[in-house]
Design a protein around this ligand. Sequence first.
Ligand SMILES: Cc1ncc(COP(=O)(O)O)c(C=O)c1O
Length: 422
Amino acid sequence: MITHHFVDRQKLQEIHPFTRLAALLADTLPGKSPLTDGAPINLSIGEPQNQPPHFVAEAISQNTTGWSRYPLSKGNPDYLNACIEWMERRYSLPKGMVNPAKHIIGVPGTREGLFMTALTVLPPPKQGEEAPVFLIPNPGYQVYTGAAAAAGAEIVTVSATRESGYLPDYTQVPEETLKRTALCVLCSPSNPEGAVADPQRIRNLIDLARKYDFVVAFDECYAEIYTNTPPHSAIEIAADLGGDLSNILIFHSLSKRSSAAGLRCGFIAGDEKWISMINTTCQVGGAGVPHPVQAAGTLLWQDEDHVIENRARYQQNFKLAQEILGNSIPVEIPAGGFCLWLDVADGVQATIKLWQEAGIRVMPGTYMSHKDKTGTTPGDRYIRIALVYDIDYMALALTKIKDVLAPWIPTLNNERSKGDVA
Ligand SMILES: Cc1ncc(COP(=O)(O)O)c(C=O)c1O
């Protein structure tokens, strides 16, 4: 389903998923969790809980002179080269396709990168003219909405449902909307569902963007967290298409890859014209990545061992979720990411129940979604559970989730189907 929205910048706080979750649970005392001390368990946020490798701290302490120097907005050559070499290895890119002077910029994270991109790419509407359109997946990461609101763009949400493979099908967007589109996001692996776009889907979107001359921001921040097959990148598809990077930007960071969300270290690569303009936006109003952080980031992009270990932890957690929940609450193991997108019939009620009875905090899917024309959201039936802790901790939490929800979901479904008949 395709739905148009304007979001008032001053109301962003009200629609922020974590604000809504805090308000939902504000007056409810948490139940005793299955931890020995009964303390609440937070599975609502996708923040990796394992530590980045020890050489991060070493690299930072060896580069302390860098704290007194302002960072270059674009990033240091060593850092940018490490990012490019990683892309060349990971996506088998031809050497030289990504030019450090033209096609890449360092950013603190994909969040900042996406926001700065929206501010740069979305033209301000002139009086009497229609606002530019920003195509986003529904549900999706809240920063897309926030960035659109800041830029005064019209958001057009495209539903990602089980039927659409949990990804938005932008080829269904009407031509009059595509003509007004300036920016579009495809997140793969996607948050919250963990769906991965196949090469054909990426290729179709690149073709569409070139035909209607809009930019696609490929949010690939979960690229290294996958279950079986490494997800494809838009830059890989661009290489197959001859190496032209026009209309394409890819976004990566060390937050998920290296469990280093607090480091704030990432990059954007792609279209030369837009990279240059985003660099200017960042020069004017952004915060570059500090020199010592770039030194640590360089080493992280060069190392694969810690990433392999990280990925294995999430794969184990998914296997565990399948074993614990599998027979009682149907689990769809996603192709990527580290979250379970669980159909629990009513995400908000399930969230309250888990908090009240088990001290477990999860994210209702509806808080990550926009209402469509039917007045419902594609996330209404779901909760998002971040499997970010170690396996013993996750085993306790998942067993409790099963105990609380498994008897309740069928009752709710029954009540609803009776309601439908009546
Ligand atoms: C889909 C998606 N994009 C971007 C981000 C931002 O991550 P970072 O700025 O740490 O790279 C997140 C964080 O959770 C995310 O889930």
